[in-house]
Design a protein. Structure first.
Length: 253
């Protein structure tokens, strides 16, 4: 950097460059300024490469909305699961009913039913296994979510149960509404970052992922019901529209 003496020679007491010295000073400072900028940029790049932010910024929603879905539809067609889908970009919905659990909801065609620890129902995308709809039914002594607390407290409990304790995490939104029967339902939206297992890391070529999830939580007849939709952050804008009906149409008879 230029010395204080050099800068003093270029500046008047009011902080303005003098007419006689302005040209000389600007010539003398340009090489030093270029070196400063180069060193500063190098330091910033080194810092970014050595540190890992808790949350990676997602692509703009407009970019996601314009991303073509043709290759996905072609792949699903080759797997024989797209015959009932409409020609347009919107996905058709089908009803999922579990009489034993006493639940029903609607979801896009093409999801594969899978087994996943801790979930009573788990539907996963064939091509994107990080995209899913899951339902958990848990025994509880509580009569309603009022016994748990505010929506924020419900959200903290939910995230503590579903997200690894050391994972960077954030509760984005917590809100309540009452259905036609007067029962309280909470909507919790949250995000977190965690690491893939070795096999998945090798397959994807990366170690970390950032998930974005939304959950419906309610209590009825000694059961706590959780309906959770999720995807990786950079695909959330697309999947929240596709998987949102699972939350919107969830019914406990």
């Amino acid at each position: 950097m230029p010395s204080l003496n050099t800068m003093d020679r270029c500046m008047t007491p009011q902080g303005q460059a003098t007419a006689s010295s302005r040209g000389k000073c600007s010539v003398r400072r340009r090489p030093a300024l270029a070196i400063e900028l180069s060193l500063g940029l190098a330091c910033m790049l080194a810092f970014r490469s050595s540190s890992s932010p808790s949350f990676v910024p997602a692509r703009p929603a407009r970019q996601l909305a314009e991303e073509p879905d043709t290759s996905r539809r072609q792949m699903l067609a080759s797997l024989g699961v797209l015959s009932a889908l409409p020609a347009g970009p919107a996905l058709a919905l089908e009803e999922y009913t579990d009489q034993q659990l006493g639940i029903s909801f609607r979801h896009p065609l093409g999801l594969q039913k899978s087994q996943y620890k801790g979930y009573n129902v788990f539907l996963r995308d064939i091509l994107q296994p990080m995209e899913y709809i899951g339902v958990k039914v848990i025994d509880t002594q509580r009569k309603s979510l009022d016994d748990v607390g505010t929506p924020e407290e419900v959200g903290k409990k939910l995230v503590a149960d579903l997200v690894p304790a050391k994972a960077p995490q954030e509760i984005i939104k917590a809100a309540s509404f009452k259905d036609q029967s007067g029962r309280r339902n909470d909507i919790i939206e949250y995000a977190y970052q965690w690491v893939f297992d070795d096999a998945t890391a090798k397959m994807t070529g990366r170690n970390k992922f950032q998930a974005h999830c939304k959950a419906l939580v309610t209590i009825k007849n000694g059961k706590e019901y959780r309906v959770i939709i999720g995807s990786e952050e950079d695909r959330w804008e697309k999947r929240r529209e596709d998987y949102g009906p699972a939350i919107d149409t969830f019914v406990i008879p």
